[in-house]
Design a protein around this ligand. Sequence first.
Ligand SMILES: Cc1cc2nc3c(=O)[nH]c(=O)nc-3n(C[C@H](O)[C@H](O)[C@H](O)COP(=O)(O)OP(=O)(O)OC[C@H]3O[C@@H](n4cnc5c(N)ncnc54)[C@H](O)[C@@H]3O)c2cc1C
Length: 903
Amino acid sequence: MPVSGGEDPMSQVRQMLRELLVGRENAEGFFCLCVSVLGHNDTRTHFLPLIQLLATDHNRLHTTLTSIYLEYFSKDEDDELAVALALSLLEVKGQQQTNTKPLFPDPKLQGQTDTQATATYRPQNSALQSQSVSPNGSSSQPPPAPLPTGASYAQLAAVGGRRQTQAQHQDSTSPRRSSGHGSSPQTERQRGPTQKQTDIKWSNVTQDVCASIATLTSNVNQTKDDVTVVECKVDQSEKPKRSKNRRQRRKGYGQQVVGVPRCPSAPPPVLLWFRRDLRLHDNPAVIGSLEAGGPVIPVFIWCPEEEEGPGVTVAMGGACKFWLHQALSCLSSALEHIGSHLVFLQPDEDREGIGSSLLALRSLVRETGAQTVLASALYEPWLRERDQVVVSALQKDRVEVNMVHSYCLRDPYTVTTEGVGLRGIGSVSHFMSCCQMNPGPGLGVPLDPPISLPSPSVWPRGCSLEGLGLARMPCRKDGTTIDWAANIRSSWDFSEEGAQSCLEAFLNDGVYRYEKESGRADAPNTSCLSPYLHFGQLSARWLLWDTKAARCRSPKFIRKLAWRDLAYWQLTLFPDLPWESLRPPYKALRWSNERGHLKAWQKGRTGYPLVDAAMRQLWLTGWMNNYMRRVVASFLIAYLHLPWQEGYRWFQDTLVDADVAIDAMMWQNGGMCGLDHWNFVMHPVDAAMTCDPYGSYVRKWCSELAVLPDDLIHKPWKCPASMLRRAGVVLGQSYPERVVTDLEERRSQSLQDVALVRRRFGEYVDPCSGCDLVPLPPRLVSEAMGGGMVNTGGQFLLPVITRMEFKHQSDDPDADAASNPYNAVLKGYVSRRRNETIAFLNQTDFTASVINEGAERRERQEQDQRRMEGLPRPLAVEQRGKRTPAAKDRFSTVPGRVATSHR
Ligand SMILES: Cc1cc2nc3c(=O)[nH]c(=O)nc-3n(C[C@H](O)[C@H](O)[C@H](O)COP(=O)(O)OP(=O)(O)OC[C@H]3O[C@@H](n4cnc5c(N)ncnc54)[C@H](O)[C@@H]3O)c2cc1C
């Protein structure tokens, strides 16, 4: 269609939209015109909100346009991002329901046209309602209208109209194309001077398109009389200041709602069942409850038996319960702030004295007359089963229950290995390939929080938050309270705003160092978002969007979200993951039952400062970073020979982010019996070279060692007695002696034990590859029949990733670890140069410290002598560690005083 000259861009788009709807223009032409007229940046920002209005009435057209948009704008995404997008971006209609019933119980609303409903507010429309399309543009659902042969959408757009040159110019200034930053609309909006202008344009776009749609639909005799149309607006004053930029960028997508459908009779209330989605931002269940049109009754039911599941999961340990209490308190305040209220319930008991969420919900339904229950789906197999029971029981009572997907980026029950196979299963790359190959329903765009929730005229009875007993502290005999959580309380902000600030802080700072330095324990280089993600105070979708829009993108960080989803996928495949080793032979491993060692490890009193610092940080704050978790796990397993389940359970009890799926997967992998194998073992001393090279982490958490020098603080047993004396350290008293000293021997023993069980249970070792074999769960068997598996007695066995060190050891089980060419200690995390430095320091540190001692003594004597003789003090020479000039690796810095070369 020719574009008339002289018109403003929006009139042109409006005109084009009319042409499109009456069939005189096709989807590609419309998209091309948008790019040509609005330019690259504005099209990227406004196109999806613009076509959102077509999502229901013209669903197929909407799908086609979304596909075109995605293909065009995903052209130059980097690989990592593309994979992450495979986990997320696309949306199918009704994505949020496991129950497929419509979300509009009100017949009046159901009866109206989709266009009208859209004007009221339909959050599912704010998600991209395209069919499943992979980031590379392939579609698993009806494909979009074909392109003219040989032409890409990018090319089509480039020939779209008379403003081509200008549009192309805008392209070249787009942040993504020029610098690799900020591919999303958000980043464009972040750019100060243009921001206001863009916002104004956007409101014009919305109004214009609404007007145009209204005009067009009036032609087909549709009336808006049944519905109170409330302007979709974002109340800037409601936004916490710190997140302003990011929040603003989203406003085209997650419009806030202040209105409900007008209805002749009062609609029944909706129960909004909060579980692990304790937030108002980007919560599809919250928005879904608004859609139902009735008063909303937010409710939280505490039923610990259901959380625990069938095995020993310690799903809600002490630290987690404490966090939950605080998070609920914050959510409750947030709800009060928007005129609502959170009802706390403890389950009623049935005739056998067993309480359940179902009973609690049933009595709430009876009390309130609610006909709809909305909740965010949970994926632990036992919780899913519980939910299925709730859904079917309430449905029998004629109550509609909708379980909305939002906890992970991908619903783990929709991930399949089709087209990828099982090779490499357990690794995050394999998992991401599965998601990429089978995109399935995804997440769409984040939703803003509601400004208000309609209240019932009478609130149901509930108990107090304290009544749930989540944060009850033990009492001493004298009646005083033991406040074990005091430090946790002072270390975190438990609110949703706390989560947002944490994210903001990370994206402004830590993310710049994340790629290379996320292992540092002495610097805040990771996001610290895990507890917020665990309790759903921050949605993974929100996090992904903000991360993608940040100035500095870290593919490694984005991959972490895939790790999270991988853990949930594994738990759905292997419900025994938290208590049963996946590799059968390893169940027979010889484990130690030395309780003293376990106690020392738990209390941070092993005598290894790095391990102790981490375990004390865990106890005091409920958290430690990933690298430190690996250090302490390696120590427990490879050096203390204690079973991984002990570590898992302690973590579950003490971590504020304790997450059954992630914790179990990581401990299984660390315990050598998961789907994946760590290909390294962290050395309790040498690992410090990466994470705490100057000892400041140890100084913080093991303050009794604070005065020791950098190079000896990780091994106080190597300090000369005089140094310990001066530092006030008495090993065995002020700081514990090492619980084990023969580290090398213990490592060898651990390796030999593995070789032993692999020999004993040879049927679980693949003779060709030497890999361990794992029995496959039925779901994977049915997906992968015929693919590279060995069948033994009805069990399907699959070769899984196996540490090279184990394969080699199996040839000579009695050999010691040092002679194994694949010795995993320190490998995988370090450079050869660093290994050499460590070896050098291990050899020389004792000698060096003795020499230093001597030199210092001589210096002191000389100074005393000079003072006595009244001579001036000699000029101080600055003495610092020296860096090898050509060193690429900062660990080549030799600590202490280094002699300058003598010519
Ligand atoms: C033995 C062991 C046990 C662990 N137990 C838990 C646990 O109970 N709960 C938990 O959330 N994480 C666990 N992790 C994973 C990881 O250590 C934490 O997620 C991370 O340290 C949290 O800090 P962060 O938010 O700063 O992480 P970041 O590095 O900033 O990562 C961002 C988010 O990605 C996710 N993530 C990061 N690493 C992983 C991973 N390896 N697997 C799955 N998801 C990941 C988390 O949700 C995290 O918040 C464990 C790791 C190990 C080695």
